[in-house]
Design a protein around this ligand. Sequence first.
Ligand SMILES: Cc1cc2nc3c(=O)[nH]c(=O)nc-3n(C[C@H](O)[C@H](O)[C@H](O)COP(=O)(O)OP(=O)(O)OC[C@H]3O[C@@H](n4cnc5c(N)ncnc54)[C@H](O)[C@@H]3O)c2cc1C
Length: 359
Amino acid sequence: MSDCGRVKNAAKETAQQARSLATCRAGFLLPAAAEFCGCIAGRSRNTAKAPVGVALVDAVIGVQAEPERKNGLEVSFEFFPPQTEKMEARLWETVQRLTPFRPAFVSVTYGAGGSTRKRTHATLERIRRQTPLEPAAHLTCVDASRDEVDAIARRYWEAGIRHVVALRGDAPNGERFVPHPAGYARAVDLVAGLKRVADFEVSVACYPEVHPEAPSPAADLENLKAKVDAGANRAITQFFFDVEVYLRFRDRVRAAGITVPLVPGILPITNFARTRRFAATCGATIPAVIARLFDDLDDEPQTRELVAASIAAEQCRRLAAEGVTEFHFYTLNRAELTAAICRLLGMKPVAGSAEVVVQ
Ligand SMILES: Cc1cc2nc3c(=O)[nH]c(=O)nc-3n(C[C@H](O)[C@H](O)[C@H](O)COP(=O)(O)OP(=O)(O)OC[C@H]3O[C@@H](n4cnc5c(N)ncnc54)[C@H](O)[C@@H]3O)c2cc1C
């Protein structure tokens, strides 16, 4: 059976497990998903070299038992620090649900202008104390002197946090970023500063569709190279939906001699209007075929979730078929979609690994 045929069957299987509501939609979704994955245009490439992708499809359609519970994949999950007690409860439920997928690490974001500094720290500390997960702290250069940022990094190190996602950050309210007079001006400076504080594992951001403020794609790539040369161990991409965009970017990154893992950031679309707004600010494109799928789903939350899971799983499946083995999920503190996508990727949660103490 062709890869395209397998994909369609896999998606069909997924739809069959869903309720009839979603099955009605599948007639539209399946051709759309196939078009999105590049099968119709004959753009699928490299599949023969992709044992993970094939295993993944097999796992989805249940043809072949996959003994490796992670299916050869590494995942990481991104959370944001909760603002209210209710949000806090939801975050911990999410952590509990996702822990059994044994992520390589879980990261906690840092709000614009350091607005979440205390909450980010508290969330990371709790993850470190009460779960078996490796926490990674996002840290930005916004509105803080180098000494202040270094002090935060030292506190993380003392608290046992060994992994930092080093970012420039953005100015609050969509204003133009202006470096603090005594601060780190860019992420590359922060990476170097962190390495002076301690031997952190450092992840940085990268942009398959080019950072909106970059003078050119070449300059953006040079900036990524500088961050890696300064000590970054991994680059996590801004979210994207068109797999070809990532593959072209990866080709350019490798041609530039950058060899660190280039981990795709996957955003399951929980709320299409919000995703569109967010995409507009960070320069990510939403393919028309995806926009069409969400056209009239405002009042159908369950169908929307099934469609979102199918899109993200299909995106990951294509990436895996191209040799990608690591995925970073922007969970938005919700477990269901990310858990469903991990399952669709052939991953099995490990019973007994959710040693989360929820207090
Ligand atoms: C995985 C991920 C996680 C994120 N987490 C957070 C978070 O927790 N909190 C938050 O506030 N934001 C977060 N962001 C958003 C991020 O802060 C913004 O995208 C920000 O605008 C850029 O951050 P950066 O670290 O990529 O910056 P940098 O790498 O410093 O790049 C910023 C811009 O400057 C340009 N540039 C750098 N050096 C030069 C140079 N020498 N000459 C010319 N141009 C140059 C780059 O091309 C780019 O356009 C995250 C983004 C990603 C992808």
